[in-house]
Write a protein of this length. Structure first.
Ligand SMILES: [Ca+2]
Ligand SMILES: [Ca+2]
Length: 156
């Protein structure tokens, strides 16, 4: 069979067995937020939900070197940020000055921009029709567990 990693860049590379079922993976191509979410769901996951400091600073995401959509938006009500799992935003990792609905554009979807200087400041609101890579996550229930200590970017 073809693994999810066959279609994407596998960010989290763990033990040999895990290679066929990456808990965190990013799309090789860019698309708008809705289509990116669909991409993740078709592969048994969803856009990543980052609800802890541990997940925010996870090597696999911070070191990926690309910007990507995460599963957070305020599309239904301006200023009310909701994760794709239906939970509301609690811990926040906005970059300085974000979210800003820049130039009064409707910026309702969130991009993770890896920030090596301060990994806790990396979220930007963007127009949902902007094209970005998707940062997808499979829950432990759907995928095999990734051992945090072994996450790498690319190969391995
Ligand atoms: Ca907004
Ligand atoms: Ca913004």
């Amino acid at each position: 069979f073809l693994s999810p990693c066959f279609f994407c860049v596998c960010v989290c590379v763990c033990e040999e067995l895990n290679r066929l079922n990456c808990p965190i993976f990013i799309s090789a191509t860019k698309d708008v937020w809705n289509a990116s979410r669909k991409y993740c769901r078709e592969k048994g996951g969803d856009l990543v939900v980052i609800n802890s400091r541990e997940k925010q600073v996870r090597d696999a995401i911070t070191k990926m070197g690309w910007n990507g959509w995460i599963g957070l938006s305020d599309e239904s009500e301006e200023g009310t940020w909701i994760w794709v799992d239906g939970t509301t935003l609690t811990v926040k990792f906005w970059d300085a000055g974000q979210p800003n609905n820049r130039d009064e554009q409707d910026e309702d979807c969130v991009v993770f921009e890896p920030n090596r200087q301060n990994p806790l400041l990396s979220w930007h609101d963007y127009p949902c029709l902007s094209r970005q890579h998707a940062i997808c996550e499979k829950s432990a229930a759907n995928g095999l567990r990734c051992h945090e200590g072994k996450s790498l970017v690319g190969g391995g």
